[in-house]
Design a protein around this ligand. Structure first.
Ligand SMILES: [Zn+2]
Length: 119
């Protein structure tokens, strides 16, 4: 599963708000019904915690049903984005890759404790 900038490339799944794959945390000053955080990195870190929580178990299961060719689209690239958390989970479960492969050290993003995952 890969990630594309949907402004420039064809995508199959829109992971932006208000889709169910959108990030409910935002560092931006607009949008309603969002949980405000200070930085992009914090928004991604909070999403990672949510994504790996019990609350998102069904969502994770639905994600795993997507074909491997599915391209997830957002407009953040080349900036870091919560889509890396989503694609990382898929690629971890299906291909055994590091689920946080796309998260670079300079992003300073807290990674959830994977020992909690048993689904
Ligand atoms: Zn994004």
């Amino acid at each position: 599963m890969k990630v594309v900038n949907k402004n420039y490339e064809v995508h199959d799944v829109n992971i932006m708000r208000p889709s169910e794959w959108g990030n409910p945390f935002s560092h931006l000053g607009y949008g309603t019904g969002l949980n405000r955080v200070k930085t992009r990195e914090e928004a991604i870190a909070r999403y990672a915690e949510l994504f790996y929580s019990e609350e998102y178990r069904d969502r994770r299961r639905r994600l795993l049903q997507f074909p491997n060719e599915a391209r997830l689209g957002c407009v953040c690239r080349p900036k870091p984005c919560h889509v890396e958390i989503i694609a990382g989970y898929y690629n971890w479960r299906h291909m055994g890759l590091d689920p946080f492969e796309a998260i670079r050290p300079e992003h300073n993003i807290h990674k959830p404790n994977l020992t909690l995952i048993n689904d």
